[in-house]
Design a protein around this ligand. Structure first.
Ligand code: AHR
Length: 546
């Protein structure tokens, strides 16, 4: 186990910058052991704000106890939605939220969640038979009261300023039901019976919701129907055909893509779509990747599990490039983009804040590094990834928040999203990092290695945002940062680290893992040296001239 002493931690997080004035970035600094070249004139693409998206499923404590506390609750709320959650989310500009699943979506009938709340049916939740639920008896979390339905979700989206992304039930409902959901959400005020029903929820629901993003099924190779790619392609086309009314909205349909590296799922589905010339009905292709480490513990991990988890998370890069390559075999005009609508670190359920929070888990700086390196990967592939949704928003897998009753906290992953918000909508530019790789023997006794530093950069309104992850448990990286093609005028650094890598935020001590306040860094000209602390995520905000 690696435990940084307080002194190490303080020493390693002081914002150390050293301007290398007069250098034009040609040679290398002898002060540095690592280098990052930022190639400002090599743009990758605009970082879709939707890459910083979220996911809310009716699962354990996500909706009930997490998002929804009810209007009559003593817990501060806005029309039944947890107020603290809304306020914290607004601060990080969430662009999009996926709902209501996950596997749950393919068992959900949206009709159950509309109309007067007291008359809505109580249904069995998809997750009722999960083995983790068994010892708990007949707890409420196994059933869905349907208090949080389409109108409540839309209100949540309006409150936080994010767009809705609805996951459609393809396994247990017909295409007609999907069309009716589109009509309920998007038909003009007063135009149809469903539009009138929508308006009964209140004045704000009179006007159409204008839902653009629709996921057609979820994990259709598994819980979503156990289809073959060919069978799913036929179902997909039936649901997503041009006959779905648009009501003036540029509908964006997302197909249920592979689990991890199943390239054949992608290849065979895309072949079917090419044969039927259907790419114009497929805006996005969903990819799911959960990373994990062999011992599975969220907090009680050893050094091997630290690196194993980061190595597993880093697989995102090859998943993006390999699926992208396969998609291009048939989608030659590159009409379809990747949508990584489930990603995160999935640990054992030994640290959840309440036993009914299925897949609930604590979160350490290790998870923050997973978030940092994954978001950096998406930024570096801004030309391919159009949306991503971390799983899940609250009380489940790699959450940004934990809550139970009136207790609420921000996890280290939240802080990464706050630090990285500056990338949203900015122009991603290429970086070339070079640092000694980290090597270790993994849980299966295999020699493994991971890059020594990595990150991403983007430019917006004269500010270059460079985010960097140092995966080494004990070694800081003294790094020369050369900004090619721009002069740096000023710099500020924000660092997220931890005194002990097992530290985590609890309801009693919610500020244990927190980023530093932004600190000025001495950096002018085209290159400077900056020390990235061990086991940290850093944001450098550089004001640059032309
Ligand atoms: O996020 C939890 C579950 O993981 C989702 O419901 C499913 O899509 C995935 O397998």
């Amino acid at each position: 186990m690696t435990i940084l002493t307080r002194r190490d931690f303080v020493a390693s997080t002081v914002a150390v910058g050293l301007a290398l004035t007069g250098r034009r970035g040609r040679g290398r600094s002898r002060l540095a052991d690592s280098h990052i070249d930022v190639l400002v004139d090599e743009p990758i693409g605009t970082i879709a704000p939707e890459i910083y998206g979220h996911f809310v499923e009716h699962l354990g404590g996500v909706v009930y106890d997490g998002v929804w506390v009810g209007e009559k609750s003593r817990i501060p709320n806005i029309g039944g939605i947890r107020r603290a959650l809304v306020e914290a989310l607004r601060a990080i500009h969430p662009a999009v939220v996926r709902w209501p699943g996950g596997c749950f979506a393919d068992s959900y009938d949206w009709h159950d969640g509309i109309g007067p709340r007291e008359r809505r049916p109580r249904r069995t939740n998809f997750w009722i038979d999960d083995p983790h639920f068994q010892p708990l008896g007949n707890v409420a979390a196994k059933y869905d009261p349907n208090e949080f339905g389409t109108n409540e979700f839309m209100r949540f989206c309006r409150l936080i300023g994010g767009q809705p992304y609805l996951a459609v039930n393809l396994r247990t409902l017909p295409a007609r039901s999907f069309m009716e959901w589109v009509e309920y959400c998007n038909s003009p005020a007063g135009s149809t019976t469903l539009a009138e029903q929508r308006a009964l929820a209140g004045a704000a629901d009179r006007e159409p919701f204008g839902v653009r993003y629709w996921g057609i099924g979820n994990e259709s190779w598994g819980c979503g129907g156990n289809f073959t790619p060919e069978e799913y392609a036929a179902e997909y086309r039936r649901f997503a055909t041009w006959a779905v009314p648009s009501y003036g909205v540029k509908l964006a349909f997302v197909g249920s893509g592979p689990s991890g590296g199943d390239l054949e799922w992608t290849r065979r589905f895309f072949r079917e779509m090419a044969e039927r010339r259907s790419f114009d009905r497929l805006w996005g292709w969903a990819l799911h990747h959960y990373c994990s480490a062999p011992n599975g513990e969220a907090v009680a991990f050893d050094d091997t599990a630290w690196y194993d988890l980061l190595g597993s998370a880093n697989r995102m890069e090859s998943l993006i490039t390999s699926h992208w390559q396969v998609m291009g075999e048939t989608d030659r005009d590159r009409r379809v983009k990747l949508v990584v609508d489930e990603w995160g670190a999935w640990h054992k359920m030994t640290t959840n804040v309440d036993p009914t929070h299925l897949f609930g888990q604590q979160s350490t700086i290790r998870d923050a590094l997973v978030a940092g390196l994954t978001l950096d990967t998406f930024n570096r592939h801004a030309d391919k990834v159009a949306m991503a949704n971390i799983a899940q928003l609250i009380n489940c897998i790699q959450s940004l928040f934990l809550a139970h009753d009136d207790k609420f906290l921000l996890t280290p992953t939240y802080h990464v999203f706050a630090m990285y918000a500056a990338h949203q909508g900015a122009r991603a530019v290429r970086i070339v990092p070079s640092a000694s790789p980290v090597t270790w023997t993994d849980g299966q006794k295999q020699e493994r290695s991971l890059w020594g530093l990595n990150g991403s950069a983007s430019l917006a309104n004269g500010t270059l945002t460079l985010t960097v992850t140092n995966p080494h448990l004990t070694e800081p990286r003294e790094t020369e940062i050369a900004v090619r093609g721009r002069a740096v005028r000023s710099a500020r650094a924000t660092t997220l680290g931890a005194r002990d890598v097992h530290d985590h935020n609890t309801f009693e001590a919610p500020r244990t893992v927190m980023p530093t306040a932004a600190q000025d860094v001495s950096a002018t000209g085209s290159a400077f040296v900056y020390r990235f602390p061990a086991a940290s995520v850093t944001k450098l905000e550089l004001t640059v001239g032309s």
